[in-house]
Design a protein around this ligand. Sequence first.
Ligand SMILES: [Zn+2]
Length: 656
Amino acid sequence: MGEKYAIHWLEPVVQEILARNQEPIVISAGKTTSGHVHMGFMREIIIGDAIRRILQSKGKDVIFRIFLDTYDAAKRFPPYIDKSYANKYVGRPFARIPSPFNDIKANSYAEYFGKELINAFPDFGVEIQVIWTHKLYQQADMQEQIRIGLEKANLVKEIVLSHLTHAMTKEEKEERYKMYEHWMPAMVVCESCGRTQIKNTKGEISPNRVIQYNKEKDTVSYNCPACEYAGEVLISSGLVKLNWRLDWPAKWALDPKNLFECSGKDHFTKITGSWDVATDLCIKIYNYIGPVGLGFEWMRLGDTDMGTSKGIVFMPKTYYSMAEPELLRMLVLTTNPSRHISFRIEELALLYDEYERIERIYYEIEEPFDLDKKVGEFKTRIEKDLIRDLEIQITREINIEIQKEVDPLQRENITKNKKNLIKERIKKQSHFDIHPKLEKKMAEYVKTEEKERERVKREVKFLYPLIYTKRLKKRCPPQIPLKFLVNMVQLREFISFDEIMKKAQLTQRQKQISAVISKSYLRKRLQQTSRWLDYIKTLIEKTEDPTEKVRLESKVDLFEVPKILTPEILKLIDSEQRRSLKVFSEWLLSVEEVNEETLKVSMIQIRESTGISVQKLFQVIYLILIGRTTGPRLGPFMSLMDLNWIRHRFSIFRNE
Ligand SMILES: [Zn+2]
């Protein structure tokens, strides 16, 4: 924590929205339902939802809605869709293509992927209204937007072209204008073949564009490039759809009007970018100023882009199956939108640490930092600096004194004694007392740090309610450290659920948290951790680069407890170790608990009685427990295990 929380970037956005003085405040998001939606999309949703929360906390009437662009035509299909789909359905609107899978009840391809996405929202604490665009286009208000667009078709074209050709040469401009000769801002779903567009063998797309708008009859005519059917349909048929350039501002201008939207920064290129084009169209065609906009950089998974076309599917629900949604909200809301987010699933431990710390600061269980410690460190540092400065100054003054008092010819041979006398005299002068200076600097430092501490607290008070996904609690919710869960998952077979529960309660009590951990919460966290460990294991297996493999392995304590002590394991134990294990196994019977302290005492005793080195002893204990000679820190690790199981495990050495 630190600089990144200085005046939160959400605040000026909120101020800009409030300055519009419009209610209800409508925040919008949008997504085409072309396939699985990647986790990166959550950046848009989380920012929108945070703004919804801030405005609602100010007593405003807020609607957060997502337009699922289900009426867009399928240009291509992702690799996980059956190849037969490409031939049969390419060019059709997603809402008119059958669902490819049946694990979610859905009437169409669009509905399948739309539902898959929106089903994840409640888990992330997102409250949102869903607008299915194919249904919207059946509505009178959206059809009215089509009529306005078609009536002003020439102006629409002129506006679009003026933006797109902004930086072009005269020749390029002419060419572009020629390309747009028959351009119309709407297209038709063909009554005969059901397509809105066709892709030729060169990959060029020809939309089934409106040829003519007949205002009296309220119809449009078309000539389908896919099947060559020539037809004429009523606007009210619901078969007419606006081109995406006009579709965006038309939706903004629907009542209630859209007041805020954030989107990928690539839309926000000045003049030629689609945001500026849409805003211009919104003003000139629909007579509405358009929403406040915010562009953000992409969120990446490790070093890979989460673009929908790359075929890497890491969905919001994939994330949620492994980790708490708060971490992702925190990551998005503590990162300036102008910066990339590289989400690394292997870094969960770091994210949990930061999140839980924010939570403890919010509930005033922990201070943002230890002020006394910081002040102490500052004092040591500054004292050293002051003394060094002083020494330099004294040396300088000694030289001046020598020049004044000693004959030039004698200066080379000045005695140490004489020099010391001068030094003592100089040091007595009042301006060589560092204490007033030190005290002043300390007072300033304390003041600054106290201010900083208050600032961080204020930021946390602002951020935490935007991060937490459920209704805010009066007291700090349970915190079960990830490290603990990682060990528990791997020890699951050897320890009962009740025992894990007891230890979990104990672990969080050490952090001054007294919340009761519910069974379902513990179960959920164990499940998430288990899936996360499986994912990391797969990641390690798949990684070919040895350095990367080591890096991944260092992120999590992976181990496996052998069910029985095999002859291969027992073979590795020498007679000195066996003698020591006999003492150790007897010691286990005599204690109530194995923890850092009791283990330390026992290790020293065994070393003294058997002469074994502590390192060798540690190695053999790891070997008996997890089948290898190193592992997680032994004291805390053993304290998590069931003592009876440990006793049993070592019992075979008692009869040595
Ligand atoms: Zn057709």
